[in-house]
Write a protein of this length. Structure first.
Lengths: 308, 271
């Protein structure tokens, strides 16, 4: 750490009664509204559903003065394990998240690389063009695909008018529509971190390779690609993790056979009013997502270190 | 560059087409007289007229704007404090855990955040009686929680890349850190704060999943109204609404972008 930074630290620590406030305010907010709620999810996942408000029976109850009973209900987890529906949904989410992340990379990497190679004064506007859709409503951008993909929608109309097909393709309410929606919505999340990695790569190696006669493709495969691996992995997790719990896209674009855990949780919660089962599903998803989250943190830090 | 990598720039162009074609289709069909997507019934602004007379939708929009503005203001304060901690107060107690807690909401599926916050609010009401019932307050609390994470990322990157020599000079001249912060640091990170505020505002305006969990009767937000209408199929009124949102957002982002770009160019020329 720089000398002046240490000095600033010390001065802030000595002078500010509010130095605790700088750390404390966001820390306590997140502890209270982000971490603590997970404990309640775990707690309710072990409760028994009942027809009341709220629709669960607390498993710690006071029967008489000071006499407390604890009755844990593992039935929700047993059901998740035994009923194939839930396993299929978890697998379905994984499949959709993994394949969409791959397609995001396939489309996003060339985009990020092209922006990084563009002249300096072009980069900002080009990047803005990638970010702009992200600022407009997510819900509405997913909705736009309904009009494009449905049987009498724009895509089928176009393909039939140029004579490529005679029968409309059934795309809406199939897994294909879900893939299109996910890749479309999450593409900016991958382009931004990839660009940040690619733009700061060391160009001297590339120049050396070019001087020695390596072709552009070879330069890319042997120098650029390996150097950007931490950025690729960190960015991929940025797409993979939220897609695992995606609800809006499978709900609006998917069909009855598109099983995803987020959609199932929504149904259990809002339609079946089974809060304990929804909580058990959330707990399972949370545990599954810890591994990609740790990987993401690891590669983010690695990417940041390599840039220094 | 364009000549050296023609294929790469063709792919970039295709990527932009993929990103923007759906948006353009929304805008074009908001002016379509016909209700059908495939039939062009002539230019018309009648869907905008219907939108203006749609009372429930306007009420929901107003509620969303109020929550979003309040959310953005709180999120900017908390997010800036978190960014200051992460960049400037390394080694302080809670630094590492704050880093983890502030990254997690960025990727955490909304459906988990929504459910977990609802369960927390129910338990809190049971224990301490606050927040009483679910509605605007609980939506606001939930939105601040995930928006502040985004603000932190934006302010953090600005702080990390900031030229610190002016702050250093002021400290050497004996200015108190609080004064240095308000007189020098704050103006220097102001563009990041503005960007963070705008992003927090749009994130809140856009949230369907979390709000659905933590809202109560009488607190229906705009995305909830849009969602229930969209579930029934394509509706030109929603296209009209989308066009208005896109116009407002792109104007704001363009103005902000051009201002920042010019400032940077000026700064580059000076140095």
């Amino acid at each position: 750490m720089n000398g002046w930074l240490l000095q600033l630290n010390n001065r802030i620590r000595a002078l500010l009664p509010g130095k605790g406030l700088i750390v404390g305010a966001p820390w306590f907010w997140l502890a209270l509204f982000f971490v603590l709620p997970f404990l309640f999810v775990l707690k309710i996942s072990l409760a028994e559903p009942q027809l009341a408000q709220p629709p669960y029976q607390d498993w710690i109850r006071e029967i008489e003065d000071g006499l407390i009973t604890i009755k844990l209900n593992f039935g929700n987890y047993a059901m998740l394990w035994e009923d194939e529906l839930y396993r299929d949904a978890l697998w379905g989410s994984f499949e959709i998240a993994a394949i969409s992340t791959f397609f995001c990379l396939l489309i996003g990497y060339p985009m990020a690389y092209a922006i990084a190679l563009a002249p300096t004064h072009w980069r900002m506007p080009l990047l803005m063009l990638v970010i702009l859709p992200f600022w407009t409503s997510f819900l509405i951008r997913v909705y736009a695909w309904i009009g494009i993909l449905k049987n009498n929608g724009l895509l089928n109309h176009f393909l039939m008018s140029i004579g490529l097909i005679d029968q409309p393709l059934e795309i809406l309410h199939t897994p294909t529509a879900v893939y299109i929606g996910v890749v479309y919505s999450y593409l900016p999340f991958l382009v931004l971190p990839l660009y940040a990695t690619l733009v700061r790569l060391d160009n001297t190696l590339l120049e050396a390779a070019a001087d020695l006669g390596a072709r552009p493709w070879k330069q890319f495969l042997t120098i650029t690609l390996p150097q950007s691996v931490p950025g690729i992995l960190a960015g991929s997790m940025l797409v993979f993790i939220p897609v695992m719990g995606e609800f809006v896209i499978p709900d609006l674009l998917g069909g009855p056979d598109t099983l995803m855990i987020g959609k199932l949780m929504w149904t259990e919660f809002f339609s079946n009013k089974d809060w304990p089962l929804a909580s058990a599903l959330a707990s399972v998803l949370l545990v599954v997502l810890i591994i990609p989250f740790v990987l993401m943190r690891h590669y983010e830090q690695k990417a940041a270190e390599e840039l220094k | 560059m364009l000549k050296r990598y023609p294929l790469l720039f063709a792919l970039l162009f295709l990527g932009y087409a993929f990103l923007y074609l759906p948006i353009f289709s929304l805008i074009i069909y908001s002016f379509n007289e016909s209700r059908l997507v495939t039939v062009w019934g002539g230019f018309s602004t009648k869907w905008y007229g219907e939108l203006i007379n749609n009372g429930p939708l306007l009420d929901a929009a107003w509620l969303s704007i109020k929550i979003a503005a309040l959310n953005a203001s709180i999120a900017v304060v908390l997010g800036t404090l978190a960014a200051l901690t992460l960049v400037r107060l390394r080694g302080i107690r809670g630094h590492k855990s704050l880093g983890v807690m502030v990254t997690a909401p960025l990727v955490m599926p909304e459906i988990i955040i929504g459910l977990s916050l609802l369960l927390l609010f129910v338990a809190m009401e049971d224990l301490i009686g606050w927040p009483a019932g679910r509605g605007q307050t609980t939506i606001l609390l939930a939105h601040v929680t995930f928006s502040m994470a985004y603000v932190t990322v934006i302010v953090q990157s600005r702080l990390a890349h900031m030229d610190t020599s002016i702050e250093e000079a002021a400290l050497d001249l004996g200015a108190r850190p609080v004064k240095v912060f308000f007189a020098i640091t704050l103006p220097m990170i102001a563009p990041a704060l503005a960007a963070g505020w705008l992003l927090a505002f749009t994130l809140s305006m856009d949230d369907l999943v979390i709000a659905s969990f933590v809202s109560g009767p009488g607190s229906t937000t705009l995305p909830m109204v849009v969602y229930s209408s969209v579930r029934l199929g394509v509706s030109p009124q929603i296209n009209a609404l989308a066009t208005i949102i896109i116009a407002v957002v792109s104007t704001a982002v363009l103005i902000a972008g051009v201002t920042m770009y010019r400032k940077e160019l000026k700064a580059q020329r000076k140095s």
